[in-house]
Design a protein around this ligand. Structure first.
Ligand code: SF4
Ligand code: SF4
Length: 92
């Protein structure tokens, strides 16, 4: 089980979510952030931090966004070797 970042994250670079994560699970590209399903421990700390409610437990992702479960895993696999780790809040 892991948390999954879904469609409402698109365009958000405020990244309030990343600073509370004890496992540094977040990776990002120009579109949105993604959670590493191998590192996430389901602590839930990131969920209330997201102002647009983009983060769900993988088993609770709304039906219209279930493709994001695989997308998070796929994008992290690409972004991790590229060093696209996001561990600090982005200011803008
Ligand atoms: S706070 Fe929410 S919308 Fe913003 S980067 Fe984090 S998951 Fe995405
Ligand atoms: S549930 Fe916890 S471990 Fe998983 S991404 Fe959120 S803050 Fe990090």
């Amino acid at each position: 089980m892991a948390m999954v970042v879904t469609a409402p994250c698109a365009g958000c670079k405020y990244t309030d979510c990343v600073v509370v994560c004890p496992c540094e699970c977040f990776y990002g590209d120009e579109q949105q952030l993604y959670i590493d399903p191998d590192d996430c421990i389901d602590c839930g700390a990131c969920v209330p931090e997201c102002p647009v409610e983009a983060i769900f437990l993988d088993s609770d992702v709304p039906a219209k966004w279930t493709s994001f479960v695989q997308l998070n895993a796929d994008r992290v696999a690409v972004l991790k070797p590229l060093g696209a780790h996001v561990t600090e809040k982005v200011q803008r």
